[in-house]
Design a protein around this ligand. Structure first.
Ligand code: FEO
Length: 390
């Protein structure tokens, strides 16, 4: 599909992968976007696709190239959902030149055993002239890996942004946002950010600062729609999540074996509702998928976590969430804790220890109860909920 005069979309949709990175469910699939610039002086592919899709990917490339050779592959990012086809591309086009920075080219060798003959090593600010299109490379480390860079076309004002500004959700016929209803993609962008990039808030902010003087009229990321009308909204979504800016609201996450912690979670929700909190989301962590939980936590500024004591520690699904949060930039949140026990109180103590790393602002004291909940403990949970509204 042609995006502008010489820039073509040659990406593919994956509707069968169960979990992205082996971790994150994909109910609406995912696209691996790749772009082919068919220019006067040279042709260049920007990123590739997951190798499982190589036959149809090659067909798309050949349909654009016709009899011409492929001169360059620009590698913005080496994660195999984008670099997976590199070795096969080299087999098909033996003279193609791989373009990347020093770290990229080391990874090309490390992942695919490709030699560094016929490569072009670029540094921050270097450019490549394809004839009509003049490309400039901007190194944006840790967005998402250390080698990550973006490629800006100074002629057409297109930013080939890699994972940044991307989202889950396969493309359903349309590619460019001007032609489609983009509604389903925004929540998928937030879920993608929280799951994949949530650890890298500071580097994302650095990357955004670096791009601020570019006149960006089209964003071609590696996942999801091409942004033309919604460039600002896509950038703003990443800016919001990476800066820790949240909407008022409370996410209540709990694990429960026999319903006591669940009843305390419901009471926290009731208390927050009484106190006027409008956005309240409750997740039973044995049921909710982690990426949806994380996206809600990135959206809303308050969090309450409840856990039973289990085998002398935390209930496993609660501990799993806390570990994920320790590896993400969420320290501006307010946190309430509630935990039960039968003979040895460990849940609250352990959650407080996790907060030493998460560094959220504690709301109330850790609320602890022994064995079954009572009218009194439920009222204490409602009081904790009310604190979030007050
Ligand atoms: Fe879509 Fe970091 O790979």
């Amino acid at each position: 599909m042609k995006l502008t005069g010489k820039v073509h979309y040659v990406g593919v949709n994956d509707r069968t992968k169960h979990r992205f990175e082996g971790l994150w469910i994909l109910p609406q699939g995912v696209s691996y976007n790749s772009y082919l610039i068919h220019d006067e002086k040279a042709t260049a592919l920007v990123d590739t696709v997951d190798m499982a899709f190589f036959p149809e990917y090659l067909e798309k490339i050949k349909a654009v190239l016709g009899e011409r050779a492929l001169d360059y592959v620009i590698i913005n990012h080496m994660e195999p959902d984008h670099s997976g086809s590199l070795a096969l591309i080299r087999q098909q086009f033996p003279n193609v030149k791989l373009v990347g920075n020093k770290k990229t080219l080391e990874m090309v060798q490390g992942f695919y055993g490709l030699d560094t003959e016929n490569t072009l090593c670029v540094a921050d600010g270097d450019s490549l002239d394809l004839g009509h299109h003049k490309l400039r490379f901007h190194l944006t480390p840790m967005l998402h890996w250390p080698e990550t860079m973006m490629t800006y076309c100074e002629t057409s004002h297109i930013l080939f942004s890699g994972d940044a500004f991307g989202c889950f959700g396969a493309l359903n016929g349309h590619v460019v946002d001007t032609e489609m209803d983009t509604t389903p993609y925004w929540s998928e962008m937030e879920r993608y950010y929280a799951a994949i990039l949530g650890k890298f808030g500071a580097p994302v902010q650095t990357g955004l600062r670096k791009l601020k003087d570019l006149d960006i009229r089209m964003i071609c990321s590696t996942h999801g729609p091409v942004w033309v009308n919604e460039v600002n909204r896509a950038v703003d979504t990443y800016r919001r999540f990476s800066s820790g800016t949240t909407t008022p609201g409370l996410v209540i996450c709990y694990g429960s074996m026999y319903g006591n912690t669940r009843r305390m979670a419901e009471a926290v929700a009731e208390g927050a509702a009484e106190a006027g909190v409008r956005n309240i989301v409750v997740h039973d962590l044995s049921v909710s998928q982690p990426s949806y939980v994380l996206a809600d936590i990135f959206r809303y500024g308050s969090l309450a976590i409840g856990s039973p004591t289990y085998n002398g520690g935390l209930f496993p699904v609660v501990e799993d969430l806390l570990k994920r949060l320790c590896g993400r930039s969420v320290s501006k949140h307010r946190l309430g804790i509630f935990g039960g026990f039968t003979w040895s109180g460990q849940a609250v103590k352990n959650m407080l220890a996790y907060n030493e790393k998460m560094k959220m602002e504690l709301v109330g004291e850790g609320l602890e109860w022994k064995q079954g909940v009572t009218a009194e403990t439920l009222e204490q949970a409602r009081a904790l909920g009310r604190l979030f509204g007050e």
